[in-house]
Design a protein around this ligand. Structure first.
Ligand SMILES: Cc1cc2nc3c(=O)[nH]c(=O)nc-3n(C[C@H](O)[C@H](O)[C@H](O)COP(=O)(O)O)c2cc1C
Length: 278
């Protein structure tokens, strides 16, 4: 297993030098106004110097999302991201941006908008916001993007039978719940070209009563693949089942492999399926 870990892997048009990937984590090192400054650069430098093949950093596609979180919603944030690209590339590693609408997470005890609250016009505007963010990433030299469809953020809410109570074409059936993420994937590919790498992250099992199970997630994975996703990043859980999202150190290693391997055998046929992260 470790032999393969240190061999290259290709996602879209990008080859990563090994398969050690640091997933997106909100570490609140950005500057007050959402830009990337010295603290963030120092943190990333330490990680990438350690030898990871790729690091995924969250960037908000919509506005600025609170102190410490990096934004990628306007060209004014690009100088910081450019320095981040240079920091990562100097070690031969790759940088992906997780398109991360940070404030919009259900189950964290604050009132947020749910799928049923959005008009179709608002949905279209959000889709356009993701595409504009991805285009910005490409322009500044970020190697690829990841759609955050896990952990009850807005994309995850639309795919969830628990949170999505819409009765129009964006709710109900699995195909309807997958419509929003599929539109985002299509819009990004149109804005950036089909070769620009796109990872789709999702919770394989929401781990919650009334939530989505792995079998349905595998079907959604096929749908997002059909419109251009280059890799599926299988996480798991929602905030209500958070003990399973970031498992304690005492948890047995690679305990989520069953979820990922189900996605691999029953999900997308030829794309990358990352495993072992929740
Ligand atoms: C502090 C912290 C912040 C996180 N932020 C994000 C995030 O922004 N996006 C995301 O998809 N996952 C996020 N996660 C989940 C991680 O990406 C990862 O899936 C989790 O830490 C489990 O990985 P591990 O079992 O390898 O530790 C976060 C986890 C932690 C501990």
């Amino acid at each position: 297993m470790t032999e393969k870990l240190f061999t290259p892997i290709t996602i879209g048009n990008v080859t990563i030098k090994n398969r050690v990937i640091q997933p997106s984590m909100c570490v609140f090192f950005a500057e007050e106004e959402g830009s990337i400054g010295d603290a963030y650069l120092a943190y990333v430098d330490e990680r990438v110097r350690g030898g990871v093949g790729m690091i995924i950093i969250p960037g908000s596609p919509h506005g600025k999302v609170g102190p410490g979180r990096p934004a990628m919603s306007d060209d004014k944030y690009l100088p910081g991201w450019k320095k981040l690209v240079e920091t990562v590339h100097q070690y031969g590693a790759k940088l992906f941006c997780q398109l991360h609408p940070a404030n919009l997470q259900a189950g964290r005890g604050f009132k947020i908008e749910m799928p049923a609250d959005y008009t179709v016009e608002e949905i279209k505007a959000i889709v356009a916001s993701y595409a504009a963010c991805a285009e910005r990433c490409k322009r500044v030299g970020v190697d690829g993007v990841e759609i955050h469809g896990a952990h009850a953020h807005e994309v995850a809410q639309f795919m969830s039978p628990l949170y999505n109570t819409r009765t129009d074409e964006y709710g109900g059936s699995l195909e309807n719940r997958a419509r929003f993420p599929m539109e985002i994937v299509k819009a990004i590919k149109e804005a950036c070209g089909k070769e620009y790498p796109l990872i789709f992250r999702m919770s394989g099992d929401e781990g919650i009563e009334g939530g989505r199970r792995i079998q349905e997630s595998a079907e959604i994975a096929k749908l997002v693949e059909s419109v251009g996703a280059d890799a599926i990043h299988v996480s798991r859980s929602m905030p209500e089942s958070a003990e399973y999202a970031s498992a304690p150190m005492s948890t047995a290693e690679v305990w989520r492999t069953a979820s990922a391997s189900h996605s691999k055998s029953s999900g997308p046929s030829r794309k990358r399926v990352a495993r072992s992260t929740p």
